[in-house]
Design a protein around this ligand. Structure first.
Ligand SMILES: [Ca+2]
Length: 434
């Protein structure tokens, strides 16, 4: 049996194993089975054990040594096992570390997964938003479809309506004449729109006839009542007329100077111009002018009348003394004046009365009455409002020149019919019943 031992480190041999002091053996022990047949060899010397002594010694201690060596082998084996366990532990730890290192990679995967999850959440939100938009679009489509249905229904109704021949809703009365009095004489009894054709007229034109219970037919030349129509117009509109006629006397208009000329120059009987006025308190007054005529365009539609025929509004056409100048009255007489518009100055003033007062009228220098002036709701206005000019709707013999009237009407009737009994009463100021 061969034991080849190299004792190193911390391995402590059995404490009972004591070598003789002088023994210088290397611990290379060659153990053979000892039989007890030992022959003493003197070469060992005096103080060294004899061969036999060694043999005896070995013989005596071999079992213990063997046992010790076996123990040592067992111990070494155990240590070796421990070493393997340690190696295994190291391997395990390395593997664990590797796993740990690998475990850091799942973080990336986790991050990637989280990012993907965020994307999924975002996409889900986008999908929800788009679904909402789709829902709204569907509602919009449904709404449009309903509107389409309504429009189709409306179209069907319109088609049905259009199948019926169109009819002018403005009713024009069938009776015609040279003026409204003739129309009334023919039996017309209601006020409204009629066609008239004065003798010198080349064609008929529409007028508003005011027919009263006495059978009088007034042909209306001018109407103001709400300020909706601007009377700040130039020559051509004043010549041709502007505004709208209505069968219920609800609109403002200027019939036109040419028609006025035709109407007042085509009959042998003279006309009366009746001016009716209403102020902002609802008071009504009037003024009549007999032998009223409007001249031809060549004479700038000059205004002439024979005489003031009366009325409770006073004779403003005859001028007015404002107290500013001794010539006030003469400068504001209207009888005999040509018509002026902002673009056609035919007045007696160095300046342009029609332009200053924003209206067309039979201006002198300039006026004591102007029914085509600017409309001032409420009536009262100041020089500051008017730019220093008295440009309202004025009739100074009733209200002063800084009061603008609410309503005006200019209308004509044959002088013979001005009175309710139909008899001309020249020079008699009797206008009862009007
Ligand atoms: Ca002038």
């Amino acid at each position: 049996m061969l034991y080849n031992l190299t004792i190193t480190g911390r391995i402590k041999l059995l404490s009972t194993f004591q070598w003789p002091i002088s023994m210088c053996l290397k611990l290379r022990i060659h153990v053979t089975t000892y039989t007890g047949d030992c022959v003493v060899n003197d070469n060992f010397g005096k103080y060294c054990p004899t061969t036999c002594g060694v043999a005896d010694y070995l013989f005596r201690y071999t079992p213990d040594v063997t046992q010790n060596l076996d123990d040592m082998l067992g111990e070494l084996e155990r240590i070796g096992n421990l070493t393997r366990g340690a190696e295994e532990k190291v391997v395990f730890m390395r593997d664990t570390a590797t796993l740990a290192q690998k475990s850091s990679q799942p973080d990336l995967y986790y991050k990637k997964s989280s990012s993907m999850l965020d994307d999924v959440v975002r996409f889900e939100k986008t999908i929800v938003t788009q679904e909402q938009q789709l829902f709204e679009l569907q509602n919009f489509i449904l709404s449009n479809e309903r509107r389409m249905q309504d429009l189709k229904q409306l179209t069907r109704q319109l088609e049905q309506t259009c199948n019926v021949p169109c009819k002018d809703k403005v009713e024009i009365q069938p009776i015609t004449g040279t003026d409204c009095q003739e129309i009334a004489n023919k039996g017309a009894s209601i006020s409204g729109l009629y066609y008239v054709k004065p003798l010198k007229a080349t064609e008929q034109f529409l007028v508003y006839c005011e027919i009263d219970s006495y059978g009088r037919g007034f042909t209306v030349l001018q109407r103001r009542k709400n300020g909706l129509l601007s009377f700040n117009q130039n020559w051509v509109p004043y010549k041709e007329g502007f505004g709208y006629l209505s069968p219920d006397d609800s609109t403002e208009f200027w019939l036109g100077l040419e028609k006025m000329h035709l109407l007042t120059n085509s009959v042998t009987l003279p006309y009366v111009l009746r001016i009716e006025l209403v102020d902002w308190q609802g008071n009504k007054k009037y003024a009549d002018y007999a032998m009223f005529r409007v001249g031809a365009e060549l004479d700038k539609y000059r205004l002439t009348y024979g005489y003031y025929f009366g009325g409770d509004a006073g004779d403003a056409f005859n001028g007015f003394d404002f107290g500013d100048d001794a010539s006030d009255m003469a400068y504001t007489i209207h009888n005999g004046m040509q018509f002026s518009t902002p673009d056609s100055d035919n007045d007696k003033y160095d300046g342009n009365c029609a332009l200053q007062d924003s209206s067309g009228w039979w201006m002198n220098r300039c006026h004591a009455g102007n029914l085509n002036g600017r409309y001032y709701p409420g009536g009262r206005y100041t020089e500051k409002d008017a730019g220093a000019f008295d440009n309202g709707i004025i009739w100074v013999t009733w209200h002063d020149r800084w009061y603008s009237l609410k309503e005006t009407t200019m209308k004509i009737i044959p002088l013979s019919r001005i009175n309710t009994d139909g008899q001309q009463q020249s020079g008699v100021k009797n206008f009862g019943g009007l």
